[in-house]
Design a protein around this ligand. Structure first.
Ligand SMILES: Nc1ncnc2c1ncn2[C@@H]1O[C@H](COP(=O)(O)OP(=O)(O)OP(=O)(O)O)[C@@H](O)[C@H]1O
Length: 544
C-alpha cells in the first residue's frame, strides 16, 4: 500500500518547529560557550587578588592561633613588642609603604595554590599495567582473519581502553574495555574467562563488578568498595511489611536508609524484602556454610518481625542461639527438640488454615479481613533438616512436611516462612521449600555453580578470598543479584560478643513476658477448633 503524504500544513509546520528548535539549541550552545570564556578570563584577571586574599586569611588565622597559644602572662610583652615594631615602621622613611609591600608579598606566598599538580596521564608503572592487561587480552579478543584487529601484540592499547582510572595504590580502579564484535559475549564461559583474567591481572583481594554492554561491544570493570561489616542491629526506618536483609552497593538499589554507626549518621543502600499479601516473594531461603552468619540473619529478621508480628522459632542446630528471644513478647515458641518442633509446625499449619478460612468467609460476606488474621506470623526455621533425620529414626512425622500449608497459603494468611540451611544438607529440603521460597540469600564462600543453583542467576561481581561473616548475595524473585552484608546482630549471651553489639541487640528485644508465653502455644492449640476444609476455588484465587 502506498504511503499517503502528510497534509502540507502539518509537514511545513513541523519543519518550521524543527528549524526553530535547532536555532534555539545553537543559540544556547553559543551563550554557554560565551559564559565559559568570560568565566575563564575573569578568573585569570582576578587570580592575583584571589591569591593575596587567601594568603591574608591564612596569615590572620596563623596570627590568631599564635595569640591563643601564647600563655596569658606572656601576652603583655608580646603586645608591647608588636606595638614597638609598628611605631618604628611608622617613623622610618617609606616605612608604611615597605610594610604594606612586605605583607602583600608574604600573603602572596602564603596564598599560593599548594595542591599537588595532577599528572596529565598515567605514570610509567600505570602505563605498564595497562599494557600488560592489553597484551593478556590479545589471545581472547583477536582472530587470524581480522583485517583491522583491535588487539595485536604490541598494538595500541589506547584504542582498546578509552577510559581508565587508578586508585590510591596505583592499581586499576575503573576500566572501559572495547572488544571486537565477533567476541562471543553472550556465552557465560567466554565472559567468565575474561572476568577471571581481568581480576587476576588487575589485582586480587578486591571485588570487581563487570558490566557487559553487548550492543556497544564494551565492558566496564569497576572495583567495588568493601561493604561495611560493623553496622550494628538497630531500628531501621521501614514500613510494616518491609524487612532489611542487609546492606549493598549504591548502584544496586534506588533507596538509602539512615543509620547510626557509632557516633556517626550514615545513609546506606539497603536490600529490603517485602512480605505480606502483596508480596511476590513471600518466603525466604538462606543457605551458607557453618559460621557464615545464617543464624545472625535469622535473629536480625526476628527482631524486625517482632515490631509488628508474632514469631515461632524452630532450631535444628540446638546451639541455643535464640535463647535471648525465649519468653519475649510476641515470641510464641523457641523449639530445639523434635517434639516441640512438630507441635509448633502442626499449630502453624492449622493457624494458616484458620486464617485462610476466616479471610475467605469475610470476603464472601463482603467484609474486610477479620482482625485476628492481620497480625503477621513468622516461622523461622534454622537447619530444619536436622529434624528430618531425627523424625525418620524415631518413626515420626517430619516437621518440614508440615510446612507445606504455610508455604503455599502463607501469603494470603499473613504467614511468612524463613528457612536457613547449610550447604551439605540443602538437598534434603523438600520441594515445597524450594518452590515457594522465592527470596534467596547465600552467605559465605560459595562456588559459581552453588550461587547459581540457589540464586537462579550468577552475580555480576567476583568473590573475595576472605569473606567476612554476614557477607553474601541476595536475590528477590527474578530481580538482580545484590551483594549483601547482614547487620551485626550477634547472640547477646555469647561471651565473644562485643559490649556495643550486645547492647544494641538487648535494646531491640521486646519485654519478657514468660512464663505466660511458654503456655501460650499450648493454649492456642487447645482453643483451636477442628480445621474446616479450605474451599478449593478460594485457595486458587489467593495463590495466583
Ligand atoms: N553480619 C555479621 N556481622 C558481624 N559478625 C557476624 C555477622 N554474622 C555473623 N557474625 C559472627 O560470625 C559468627 C558466626 O555467626 P552465626 O552463628 O550467625 O553463623 P551460622 O552460619 O549460624 O553458623 P552456626 O550454625 O555454626 O552457628 C558469630 O560469632 C557472629 O557474631
Amino acid at each position: 500500500m502506498a504511503r499517503r503524504p502528510l497534509p502540507r500544513i502539518l509537514s511545513t509546520g513541523s519543519a518550521q518547529i524543527a528549524r526553530s528548535r535547532d536555532l534555539a539549541r545553537a543559540q544556547f550552545a553559543r551563550s554557554r560557550e560565551l559564559a565559559r570564556t568570560a568565566g575563564d578570563s575573569a578568573s585569570d584577571v582576578l587570580h592575583p587578588l584571589i591569591t593575596i586574599t587567601r594568603g591574608l586569611r591564612r596569615l590572620a588565622t596563623a596570627g590568631r592561633r599564635r595569640w591563643a597559644e601564647t600563655p596569658k602572662d606572656k601576652r603583655g610583652p608580646l603586645l608591647f613588642l608588636v606595638a614597638s615594631v609598628i611605631l618604628v615602621v611608622a617613623l622610618v622613611p617609606y616605612g608604611p609603604l615597605l610594610a604594606v609591600i612586605t605583607v602583600m608579598a608574604a600573603a602572596a606566598w602564603q596564598g599560593r595554590d599548594r595542591r599537588p599538580t595532577e599528572p596529565d596521564g598515567p605514570d610509567e608503572s600505570q602505563l605498564e599495567r595497562l599494557r600488560a592487561l592489553y597484551e593478556a587480552l590479545v589471545p581472547y579478543f583477536s582472530a587470524a582473519d581480522d583485517p583491522a584487529p583491535l588487539y595485536t601484540h604490541g598494538g595500541e592499547w589506547e584504542k582498546a581502553f578509552p577510559e581508565f582510572e587508578f586508585d590510591g595504590t596505583g592499581r586499576v580502579g575503573r576500566l572501559l574495555v572495547r572488544y571486537p564484535a565477533y567476541f562471543t559475549d553472550g556465552e557465560a564461559q567466554a565472559r567468565a574467562r575474561i572476568e577471571h583474567l581481568l581480576t587476576t591481572k588487575s589485582g586480587r583481594g578486591r571485588e570487581y563488578h563487570f558490566d557487559w554492554d553487548e550492543e556497544g561491544n564494551e565492558l566496564t570493570v569497576t572495583v567495588l568498595a568493601p561493604l561495611p561489616t560493623d553496622i550494628a542491629a538497630q531500628r531501621f526506618v521501614t514500613t510494616p511489611g518491609e524487612t532489611v536483609l542487609g546492606f549493598t552497593d549504591p548502584s544496586g538499589v534506588q533507596r538509602t536508609l539512615p543509620l547510626t554507626h557509632g557516633a556517626r549518621q550514615l545513609d546506606v543502600p539497603p536490600v529490603v524484602w517485602r512480605t505480606g499479601i502483596r508480596s511476590t516473594e513471600p518466603h525466604l531461603l538462606v543457605v551458607g556454610q557453618p559460621g557464615t552468619g545464617t543464624s545472625t540473619l535469622l535473629r536480625s529478621i526476628a527482631l524486625q518481625a517482632l515490631q509488628y508480628g508474632d514469631v515461632v522459632i524452630v532450631e535444628g542446630g540446638s546451639t541455643g542461639e535464640y535463647a535471648c528471644l525465649t519468653g519475649r513478647d510476641g515470641v510464641l515458641a523457641v523449639e530445639c527438640g523434635l517434639a516441640g518442633a512438630l507441635a509448633s509446625m502442626e499449630w502453624a499449619a492449622t493457624e494458616t488454615e484458620r486464617r485462610l478460612i476466616a479471610v475467605n468467609r469475610a470476603r464472601q460476606a463482603g467484609n474486610p479481613p477479620p482482625e485476628d488474621t492481620k497480625r503477621p506470623l513468622w516461622l523461622l526455621l534454622d537447619r530444619p533438616t536436622a529434624f528430618t533425620h531425627l523424625a525418620a529414626a524415631d518413626d515420626r512425622k517430619d516437621p518440614l512436611s508440615l510446612l507445606q500449608v504455610p508455604l503455599r497459603h502463607g501469603r494470603a494468611a499473613n504467614v511468612t516462612v524463613v528457612v536457613a540451611e547449610q550447604w551439605d544438607t540443602v538437598d534434603a529440603l523438600s520441594d515445597a521449600v524450594r518452590q515457594h521460597t522465592r527470596a534467596r540469600v547465600v552467605l559465605g564462600p560459595a562456588t559459581a555453580g552453588q550461587l547459581e543453583s540457589v540464586l537462579g542467576a550468577p552475580p555480576h561481581t567476583t568473590p573475595v578470598a576472605d569473606v567476612p561473616p554476614g557477607r553474601g548475595y541476595a536475590r528477590l524473585g527474578t530481580g538482580p543479584v545484590h551483594r549483601l552484608q547482614v547487620p551485626a546482630t550477634p547472640d547477646p549471651y555469647d561471651d565473644a560478643t562485643s559490649d556495643a553489639h550486645r547492647q544494641a541487640v538487648l535494646e531491640l528485644l521486646p519485654e519478657r513476658t514468660a512464663p505466660v508465653e511458654a503456655e501460650r502455644l499450648t493454649n492456642l492449640e487447645k482453643a483451636e477448633p477442628e480445621p474446616e476444609p479450605v474451599p478449593v476455588e478460594a485457595v486458587v484465587a489467593e495463590t495466583t
